[in-house]
Structure formats: C-alpha cells, structure tokens
Design a protein around this ligand. Sequence first.
Ligand code: FES
Length: 565
Amino acid sequence: MARGLRKGLTSYGDDGFALFLRKAFIKAMGYSDDALDRPIVGITNTYSDYNPCHGNAPQLIEAVKRGVMLAGAMPMVFPTISIHESFAHPTSMFLRNLMAMDTEEMIRAQPMDAVVVIGGCDKTLPAQIMAAASVDLPTVVVPVGPMVVGHHRGEVLGACTDCRRLWSAHRAGEIDEVEIDTVNGRLAPSVGTCMVMGTASTMACITETLGLSLPMSASIPAPHAERVRLAEQSGKVAARLAVEGGPKPSALLTPAAFHNALVVMQAIGGSTNGIIHLTAIANRAGVRLELETLDAIGRDVPVLVDLKPSGAHYMEHFHHAGGVPKLLKQLGDLVDLDAPTVGGGTLREVVANAEEVPGQDVIRPRSHPIKAQGSMVVLRGNLAPGGAVLKQAAASDRLLQHTGRAVVFDSVADMAARIDDPDLDVTADDVLVLRNTGPKGAPGMPEAGYLPIPKKLGRQGVKDMVRISDARMSGTAFGTIVLHITPESAVGGPLALVESGDMIRLDVEGRRIDLLVAEDELARRRAILADVPERPLPERGYARLFQQTVLQADEGCDFDFMVPR
Ligand code: FES
C-alpha cells in the first residue's frame, strides 16, 4: 500500500507524473527529499479568530509537530472548519455534520499515514471523531483543554454555568448593570473550553475513556505547560502509528469502549448533548447505542465527580484530583479495563498509573457518591414515544414527580416574545413547553431547552420549573428539564398536539413523560394537524441537505447517508 507522499495521488492518468508534480509543488515550501520520504502525520488546524476556546491551538500544533519530528516522521498541518458555540448561527449543532464531512474528506483527500485532530469546543471533538471513525486512519485526539476558573467578589466563577446563574440573577433584578458587566469580563479568564462539566468537558472525558487520546488529556487546563507536553507526546504516538499502521479507530471504538463511555458519562454528571454525539460516533463505528442502555447503566452507576453544574468544583480541580484515570479506578468493575488505548496497552495500565491525591474529594469513591444513581435518565411516554432525556443530577428533587398545566410556546421566537410578558398566564407549578426546536424544526436543534424562568416568577424567587422541549440544552445548564423529545414536533411528534392548559405528568421514577389528554381528543387534534401544509424545504445549499437528511436525536442527528448501512 502506498505510504507518505505517495498516498492518494491526484488523478492525472499518470501516477509517476502525479507524484512528480506533487513533489515539485511541495518543494516550493522548502522541504527536502529526506523530509518528503518520511511517514506523514496530518494535524488539523481549527484555530480561528471566531473560536476563543481554541486560542491555544497554534501552540499545541507546534508541540505536536515537535513530537512527530522527534519520532522521525513528517508533520503536515491543514485547516478544517472550526465551530464556537457563541459564534455559530443559527446553532453550532447545525454545523457539526458539516465539520465532520470537511474533516473526513480532508483526511481522505490528502496524503497522511496518521492524523492528530485538535479540538475541544462542544461540537468539534464529536465532528472530528465521527470523521476519524469513518476514515479509519490511525488517529490521536488532542483536546485543547479547559479554561482555568475566574473569580469575582471572593466567589469562584466558571463558564458557563455561572454565566446562566448570574444572568438569571440579573434578570431577577438581584445584580445591576455595572456588576453584570464586571462579571462578563471574569467568566472566561483564559483560552480553552468551558471549565464546568458541560459538553466540551464531557466529550473530552469520553474521548479519553474511548482510548482515543492520552491519559489526562481531558482535564489538563488549556494554559498549562503540561498540556503542551501532552501535545508533544501525542505527536510522538501519532508518528509511531503512522509507521505501524495502527491501532486504527475501528480497533478502539468497540462495544466495550462505548459501554465504558456511557458509564463515565453517567459518573461525571455529563452533558445531555454527550448522548447525541456518542450515538452519532457509535453509528459511524457500526455500533448501535440504545437509549435504554444509557438508562440501565445510570441505575447502577453513581455520580462520582463533584463538578458544576451538578456539583461544586471545576475541571482544573478534577485534574488535580487525578482526572479520568482516577475516575476509572474509582469505577472499578463498572468499566471494562481490557479496552485498548491509542497510546498502547489498555485502560488497565491507565488505571494502574492513576495518581493518588490525599484528601481530594472531587472524585468520590463508590461508597461515598455525589448521587447514588447516574446523572441522566431516559423517559418514554405518550409525549416521547422515541425517547427523551433528563439530567437528573442537575434537576430539583421536588420536581422529579410533578404534574402541571402546560404553557406552550410554538418556537424560540414565540418564547422570546412572550416569556417575560407580565400578562402571561403562568405559575411556578406549570410546565413550560417549547416545540419546533428539534433537529429539523429549528433547524439544528438549538440549545433552547433551558427555557428561562418567566421574569415575574424569577422576581418572586422561583429558581426552577419543569420545562420540556424537543431542543437540546447546554451541558453547563441546570434545572428540571426534559430534552430531545423524539420524534420532534416538526415531523409530527406528539409534542405538536399539546395545548396550553393541558396537564402534563413528569414521572422520573417511572421514566415517563405523559400528556394527560383523552385519546379521542388527541385524535381530533392529530386530524387538524394533518391538514396543515408541510413547511417548504430551504431552496438550496447546506440548509436543504440538512433538512432533508438529518436524523432524529435518538439516532445522533447525523445525516442519514453518512451512517454505514
Ligand atoms: Fe467553547 Fe463552551 S463555548 S466549550
């Protein structure tokens, strides 16, 4: 098989000429024949002025290159799409599959024997790993790492759990304009990803658990020198993979690895987004993840990591307590330690090298968990025949069994227009319902599931209400919030039938979410809806492709044609 620069020659009908031409052009960059004869390690560059989470990417790229060259191979950096949560319209999830396609095709198109993907902001690691699973070229993942914490008036702050908490306090009139402006400059005090257990941290922990990145790669803070050394070491590993030809992602992304990832997702109090991304990655790897498996694992796996939004600490504290290796050690027989890792060996060696940190209480033993059961539960019922998820660890215990009156919003725009209306008929016991916010409905399934508490209730001290939607929610958010209701309302899911004033019952113990309306009445509403003309498809381009082919949340929101048959 062709290696290095000889791989994937451009089609001119004359391979000798194609190589001659390729070398002629690349020599314009000053490369020698010696360099061009080496195995090649591609390195993705997702640095972007629009992506502050990846602000340290240039330094990590240099370190990876150093590691590759120290090991005798040839690094080649290439750009791909970069996505930041706050700079993606209409929502970053709309672009995840585009980034996965871009990354996949650039790895396929360009000559490389292994690849290092550097990412971190929420959708980037999922997109890169989806691509890696599809290409199945030896891959090392280097997360950019979490930010360090901020401080304000003696309080530790973190993006973006505290962004939401303090903004809610501002909305409720507890924090004035001057102070909220000061806080704005302190919530994200360094480059790197959000330092709570949001989606970025969840996916970094999952990546490490899947064996795709080196030990401690999820937790070393982005600005720390240790992360740069990890990048250098990752470069060395990638160079070895380039020579040896593996392990490939297909050797790592096994059913046992995905089981471990689900266990860790529950034990860290992970983001609900993680289940969508992990499902998409598993599908690419030919492994089917069922929502019920996540729920069943959650019944056995306690929450052991004490991080916001479910707990008290931040990613740097998780790191100093021993990170993922220590967590895997605490989980013991709940994880399959025979799962292989990209660095060589198995998780058993990773666990054997886990650091013992006297007195740390961020990563608890199973005998002293944060919560006895896992963070996420899966709900079914007549409102969610295809499933829905709720982050139990971030919910209010008193609302886990709750029946309330529906207050329905038809879209994000409708919610934004009416939620703070002083005349809105709403009480703290009601259930806020948001629809048309699923994969096709919004489109892109925005993180709109964290419906704000109506201002007039916030001012009365109401901090949480039951909220349900077909949207996603930021992993950094908290509340009694039912998400990913499937099928979504835009494709005729039962959420479309709810009317304000209906009663809705949330029964977390029984794993159900139900609309308490008689079946004949629901049939009448269904008949009315059937006569409503379908929304027209976008006329052209990526939006049209997205609308036509995106799968529902329980299938990972990938494009239907990207999943292997
Ligand atoms: Fe990038 Fe939170 S905005 S990880």
